[in-house]
Write a protein that binds this ligand. Structure first.
Ligand SMILES: Nc1ncnc2c1ncn2[C@@H]1O[C@H](COP(=O)(O)OP(=O)(O)O)[C@@H](O)[C@H]1O
Ligand SMILES: Cc1ncsc1CCOP(=O)(O)O
Ligand SMILES: [Mg+2]
Length: 274
């Protein structure tokens, strides 16, 4: 799609600059697979990650964070109460919290857990197309597990419905990253297909969304689109040096850390989709 000059480049730069300047503390209750890449992604963007998930620590720790990130990737029954307690406390304290419903439709247990978390009013939900469709329809179904069997554009209506029902922002990642508040819909057209071949890039971009929303809670829609575009740009720049998924992972972290204003302004590609 042809890129039009618009206000999104400066917005994305303002969000990234604020994360670098403020280094917001982000509590991450995330899956075992993703912990390393999520923490390194947040650090390279300038945020401060902390992987604290024991329920006993939530009353002391969660009040001090700027945002909470909850990811159900390696869900088990004994983690769910921590996720709910932290989400409830974050909401009570007016702090943004972001949900990644990994493999939402893979089992009844996982789907119910995700639906219960949605009841706690996440500021943003980010999933791939299959996850957002499963959550929006509240259906367990044939699934490729953590990977998507749909294109992001197939999930636009599901995303809009979920945003209306939850009262939050919904983002669908893919070739085009879709962001909606139920009314407005934009697409971020950055990124490269090889990003799907690195485990936890989805988890990491959701964490980046939490960091961007942490520095601009009143504009969660804009912060979400900015984070998706910035992560995609790190992927594009990293890809020019990468030999495959393993080196792309390394170069993406470096590129996110070094991303400057000129590169960001020339590459940000976010357009209205409705
Ligand atoms: N075909 C694609 N082209 C460009 N970027 C992509 C493509 N597929 C995924 N991405 C990017 O990869 C990251 C992870 O997205 P995705 O693979 O959809 O998440 P998940 O790992 O949750 O399934 C996102 O930043 C997304 O924009
Ligand atoms: C492979 C896997 N299994 C459970 S969680 C997980 C990581 C998924 O990460 P992402 O959804 O970001 O690809
Ligand atoms: Mg993935």
């Amino acid at each position: 799609m042809e890129k039009e000059p618009n206000e999104w480049g400066p917005k994305a730069w303002a969000h990234l600059s604020a994360v670098r300047a403020q280094s917001p503390l982000i509590q991450c209750i995330t899956n075992y697979v993703s912990m390393d890449l999520v923490a390194n992604t947040l650090l390279s963007a300038g945020a401060s990650p902390a992987m604290l998930h024991t329920i006993e620590e939530i009353p002391d720790f969660t009040p001090h964070v700027r945002a909470l990130y909850v990811n159900v990737g390696t869900l088990s029954a004994n983690w769910l109460p921590s996720m709910k307690a932290a989400a409830q406390l974050a909401s009570q304290l007016g702090k943004p919290w972001v949900l990644d419903p990994v493999a939402a439709g893979a089992s009844g247990f996982r789907l119910n857990a995700c639906l219960e978390l949605v009841q706690l009013k996440p500021t943003v939900i980010r999933g791939n197309a299959s996850e957002i469709i499963a959550l929006s329809r509240a259906s367990v179904g044939p699934t490729k597990g953590v990977d998507s069997s749909h294109e992001s554009m197939d999930a636009m209506e599901a995303a809009r419905c979920l945003a209306e029902a939850s009262g939050g922002i919904v983002a669908v990642s893919g070739a085009v990253d879709i962001v909606t508040d139920g009314r407005r819909v934009v697409g971020a057209h950055n990124g490269v297909p090889m990003m799907q071949k690195i485990t936890a890039t989805g988890c990491s971009v959701t964490a980046l969304i939490a960091a961007f929303v942490a520095v601009d809670p009143p504009h969660a829609f804009e912060a979400t689109a900015s984070a998706l575009s910035v992560y995609g740009i790190a992927g594009e720049m990293g890809m020019s040096m990468a030999k495959g998924p393993a080196s792309l992972r390394m170069h993406m972290i470096d590129c996110l850390h070094g991303l400057d204003q000129a590169a960001l302004l020339s590459r940000t590609n976010i357009t209205a989709l409705s």
